[in-house]
Design a protein around this ligand. Structure first.
Ligand code: ATP
Ligand code: MG
Length: 442
């Protein structure tokens, strides 16, 4: 801190350093460049599939998730950040996922009035989980949802879209698992058989499974408890309880995937974490991220709109975990996009600032990325320290706004990377011309 700043500062006791909330991360440069790059790839791809963006509130009424996701789910039972509005006592929750809020919005604004919609969203979600690699309390999802169409072709389209996204992001080692949860009546028949099977093995069921045995036995198939895996594997398969229509839907999805060369495996135990799914469910999984290997999951939820009070309409969607996808990109050694500025402006004397900053504005207007050297408040610092900063910025060129050159309407351009040290002078009046030459040299 410079002397003058110190003198003017109010006298305060040294404040204790505050830290952020556990499991909620700051996303800072250079990582944030990867985030921006991923988001721009997603936007471009969504446009190619004619999906439109929605931006929804982070806080929703708690009842939306309890009703929508199901009372006996991990999220509603133990992962929600819920609180009471201190003014009107309303029960509110930080959204743990995006689908329920989107459906609430679609119903509230009668969006399906003119027919089906293809929508996508990106943003933070909140779940009170034990933080670990790939599992955070604030994390980010990108979701794609198609509402108002019941055909297998949109289930397949969503899978093709996700698969294309892995391609544009350069992801390898992502596999697709597929299942069908059938319709409620089929699940009801399977449920009875499942309870009988699980009761026979009640000695190996953990507390959670025992509690869910009669309220939500399907959920038990989703267990991560290794001790229960063999019981779960031997359980009656929901697939064997599907009627003709459900099987036809499933086969139609598979036929489109086959025709498009999308590999998948059928996982009869894939049930997903929320109660709202029916028919097709799927997950994209990688083995490269340890136990947090599911990067994207989704399925059909034909009864959710009705459950949230809307006119019955079918829907299907998926959500991907941004942190996990980025972790996978990093794991696979993708280089960071280069975001160094094109030029770094070195300003030996502060008297040059008005002209120098005018020139930089013209360069920026021509699309050149320009970083200006900023002083301490008491001068610009030595040439040596300014050149050090210029090097550290990664800029291709340093522009040196020396008093002598400026007096002649010139600026020195010094190469910092290829052929470092090479220097020439440019006329201030022909900025657009050298902006062009700088860019072609980049
Ligand atoms: P998991 O089985 O790993 O808990 P989930 O079934 O709860 O996942 P979904 O609700 O389907 O996850 O969310 C879709 C995606 O969001 C997941 O596949 C994952 O990539 C990501 N995700 C879910 N929870 C978290 C979290 N706590 N931290 C980071 N990413 C998450
Ligand atoms: Mg979970």
């Amino acid at each position: 801190m410079s002397e003058s700043v110190k003198e003017n500062a109010p006298k305060m006791a040294k404040a204790q350093k505050l830290v952020g909330v556990k499991g909620m991360n700051d996303i800072l440069p250079p990582d944030s460049s990867r985030w921006e790059w991923l988001e721009s790839q997603v936007r471009a791809l969504m446009a190619r599939y004619a999906y439109r963006n929605v931006r929804l509130p982070i806080v929703e009424p708690t009842a939306l998730f309890v009703r929508g996701l199901g009372e006996v789910t991990d999220i509603v039972e133990k992962e929600m950040y819920s609180f009471e509005d201190r003014l009107n006592g309303e029960q509110l929750t930080l959204r743990p996922e995006g689908t329920a809020g989107l459906v609430r919005s679609v119903v509230e604004h009668n969006l399906l009035y003119e027919g089906g919609k293809r929508l996508y969203y990106m943003g933070p979600m909140f779940r009170h989980e034990r933080p670990q690699r790939g599992r955070y309390r604030q994390f980010h999802q990108i979701g794609a949802e198609v509402l108002g169409f019941g055909g297998a072709e949109v289930d397949a389209e969503l899978i093709l879209l996700a698969n294309d996204l892995w391609k544009v992001l350069g992801l390898k080692d992502v596999r697709l698992e597929l299942n069908s949860l059938g319709q409620p009546a089929e699940r009801q028949a399977h449920r009875a058989a499942l309870i009988t099977h699980l009761e026979k093995h009640s000695d190996v069921l953990d507390e959670e499974a025992k509690r869910r045995l009669h309220s939500n036995p399907l959920r038990i198939l989703d267990t991560k408890n290794p001790a229960m895996q063999s019981v779960v594997e031997a359980a009656p398969r929901l697939l064997d309880f599907l009627g003709e229509a459900s099987l036809a839907h499933f086969n139609a999805v598979k036929a489109i995937l086959d025709a498009n060369g999308i590999a998948y495996s059928i996982n009869p135990r894939l049930v997903r974490g929320m109660d709202y799914y029916n028919l097709t469910v799927f997950e994209f999984i990688t083995t490269s991220l340890g136990s947090q290997g599911t990067i994207c999951g989704g399925g059909r939820y034909d009864y959710l709109i009705e459950q949230v009070g809307g006119k019955p309409a079918p829907a299907v969607g998926w959500a991907l975990g941004v942190e996990r996808v980025l972790e996978l990109i990093k794991e696979q050694g993708e280089a960071l996009p280069d975001l160094a500025p094109d030029v770094y402006a070195i300003i030996p004397e502060s008297t040059a600032l008005p002209v120098a900053m005018q020139v930089l504005q013209s360069l920026r207007a021509c699309g050149v990325s320009a970083q200006m050297h900023a002083g301490s408040g008491e001068g610009m610092g030595s040439m040596k320290s300014q050149f050090k900063k210029a090097d550290a910025s990664g800029a291709r060129f340093a522009l040196v706004f020396g008093a002598e050159e400026l007096a002649q309407g010139l600026v020195a351009v010094k190469s910092l990377r290829d052929g470092a040290g090479a220097q020439r002078t440019e006329t201030l009046g022909t900025v657009a011309h050298w902006a062009h030459s700088l860019q072609s040299a980049l």
